[in-house]
Design a protein. Structure first.
Length: 240
């Protein structure tokens, strides 16, 4: 095959971040509301805050109501007045996390670091701050002569579930073919790569964890368990 396959979906996915989604991400940080809370806590009026920051009262009013988006420079001025770090305006509130990611709002991105991508992916959790895992929808296209799977690695673990098609996975020195309904869980600090194994695109859900979970402390064997045992099995395993 010499021509790059055209992958069609029921709905056209975005290939870049659109203005509406960007505005919503900014709005969710409630920067204006945070500024207003700081000002009222100090019993400070807009005019007074304007004098201290060098910003007009009308601009501050629009900022608090979300009609304008501040630059980092202006935000830093406000943060200094209230003795806050700039990160204060971007920290997550201590509330239960609940985020919906609509299909039409997701951004379809190509595999990075290669000239001819073998897959495209969409983040399913990009709007969740400080997330402990990264879920993705991935579509693997049939290979052409120009394509070559590229191995990568990252700390932690990875889970993959095949939604449709056939997928070849290489993990270290191991190779396997996964089909619809198959799943795999593996150590992602080992070099791994994927590629479509059929003539039609393969689709999968991939979940990655940034860091490996902390090791559980080993419990010392009790005297009752070890009595009369010369070669006990290691914790969580068997003798080899």
């Amino acid at each position: 095959m010499s021509e790059f396959p055209v992958v069609k979906s029921e709905e056209t996915q975005m290939s870049q971040v659109d203005a509406e989604t960007t505005a919503r991400v900014i709005a969710e940080k409630c920067i204006g509301e945070r500024i207003r809370r700081l000002r009222l806590k100090k019993s400070m009026g807009l005019v007074e805050l304007g004098k201290l920051t060098g910003l007009s009262a009308s601009f501050l009013s629009q900022l608090e109501t979300g009609r304008v988006v501040p630059t980092l420079r202006n935000l830093a001025r406000i943060a200094m007045v209230f003795s806050k770090d700039l990160s204060y305006f971007f920290e997550s509130d201590a509330t239960a996390v609940f985020r919906i990611h609509r299909r039409k709002e997701r951004v379809r991105l190509p595999q990075t670091g290669v000239e001819f991508p073998t897959y495209y992916f969409e983040s399913l959790g990009y709007m969740v701050p400080d997330r402990h895992m990264d879920p993705y929808f991935a579509e693997f296209v049939p290979l052409t002569q120009e394509m070559a799977p590229a191995a990568h690695l990252h700390p932690g673990f990875e889970f993959l579930y095949v939604l449709e098609g056939q997928l070849e996975l290489r993990h270290g020195e191991q190779d396997c073919t996964l089909e619809e309904g198959d799943a795999v869980y593996f150590d992602s600090s080992t070099p791994h790569s994927y590629q479509c194994a059929g003539i039609k695109p393969a689709q999968a859900i991939i979940v990655t964890m940034h860091q490996a979970p902390a090791a559980m402390p080993l419990r010392a064997p009790s005297a009752a368990r070890t009595a009369g045992t010369s070669n006990p099995a290691p914790a969580g395993g068997i003798n080899k």
